[in-house]
Design a protein around this ligand. Structure first.
Ligand SMILES: NC(=O)c1ccc[n+]([C@@H]2O[C@H](COP(=O)([O-])OP(=O)(O)OC[C@H]3O[C@@H](n4cnc5c(N)ncnc54)[C@H](OP(=O)(O)O)[C@@H]3O)[C@@H](O)[C@H]2O)c1
Length: 284
């Protein structure tokens, strides 16, 4: 198993494979990332896809997870393009599981969204994800190897709750005016990644969420309740452009409820944390 972008999710995934007796190499871009792998007992390599040559990694015939996010700006994912270019020199993986995001669907007006929904990226970060998906799809279409794409909702779990935002008392839009958003507990996501590598249909796309959408505001309110922190002050949607950060505002412009039926029925994943009740209890 080769896990490129072996951070918060990757370390949990790597530990699960190691517990099964599988060999794993985690790839990070920094000394800090490498140290985190060492502490977690995960064999690691440092390779910044943005500058180092990915052809030095053991790519040929590997089971490869690509978890590294695209660059911060632009509409292209240069990292995925460099990785595929390296396949032609170093050899292709047997199967690649790419971790994309649900942002590729754009604003869906609160509709339920399954994998047949046409993509409609709006933010640049969504265009970069779609660019990466297309790069890997072109590699597969040219006979490169097998590919499974996971379109993943907001990841939460131990050490990955927005407690700092709550502590700062930053406002959020009233739940009745706020868009729908979707989440997945990191351990369930790790299970999905393993299932996708083992038995995902070659060429398939799977939405990954717990199947219980709620608004971002309700999510924060639930965390406040569970941790004893003050709930966020509430504002009207008209006040959002002045009071929210550009990043939060871009999430407020998109509303969708993600169906995870294909994940459950085709991939056969049984989620351990299908609701926030279970997921937050295991995260705090
Ligand atoms: N947060 C969410 O809610 C969410 C939702 C959907 C999808 N995702 C995506 O899911 C993936 C995994 O998430 P995560 O929470 O595990 O992310 P994370 O903790 O930020 O880990 C990302 C990893 O990628 C590595 N990396 C970054 N740029 C790289 C580069 N240029 N070359 C090589 N490695 C690079 C980082 O290395 P260092 O450790 O050395 O920095 C880190 O190990 C990411 O692509 C993320 O964008 C996140």
């Amino acid at each position: 198993m080769l896990i490129i972008g072996c951070g918060y999710l990757g370390r949990r995934l790597a530990r699960r494979f190691l517990e099964q007796g599988q060999s794993v190499v985690g790839v990070v871009r920094s000394e800090t990332g490498l140290e985190r792998l060492r502490v977690a007992g995960i064999p690691g390599r440092m390779c910044d896809l943005d500058g180092d040559d990915p052809a030095t990694l053991p790519l040929a015939g590997s089971d490869l997870f690509m978890l590294a996010p695209p660059p911060e700006a632009g509409r292209e994912d240069s990292l995925s393009r460099r990785l595929v270019a390296a396949f032609t020199r170093a050899g292709s993986p047997r199967r690649l599981v790419y971790l994309s995001t649900t942002s590729v669907y754009g604003d869906c007006g609160g509709d339920w969204v399954d994998e047949s929904r046409p993509v409609d990226p709006q933010a640049d970060r969504a265009w970069r994800r779609l660019d990466a998906e297309r790069t890997f799809e072109a590699w597969r279409a040219a006979g490169g190897g097998e590919l499974v794409i996971l379109r993943v909702a907001g990841i939460y779990g131990p050490g990955r709750l927005p407690l700092e935002r709550l502590r700062q008392g930053l406002p959020l839009v009233r739940p009745e005016q706020a868009p729908f958003s979707n989440r997945i507990h990191v351990d369930d996501l790790a299970s999905v990644c393993m299932a996708a590598m083992e038995r995902g249909r070659d060429g398939a796309i799977y939405n990954v969420s717990d199947g219980h959408p709620s608004t971002m505001t309700e999510y924060f309110q639930r965390i406040a309740e569970a941790t004893g922190l003050e709930p966020p002050p509430l504002i009207d949607m008209e006040e959002a452009p002045e009071q929210l950060s550009a990043g939060m505002l871009s999430y407020m412009r998109e509303s969708r409820r993600l169906s995870n039926r294909r994940l459950r029925e085709e991939l056969g994943v049984v989620l351990r944390y299908p609701t926030l009740d279970e997921g937050l209890a295991a995260s705090i």
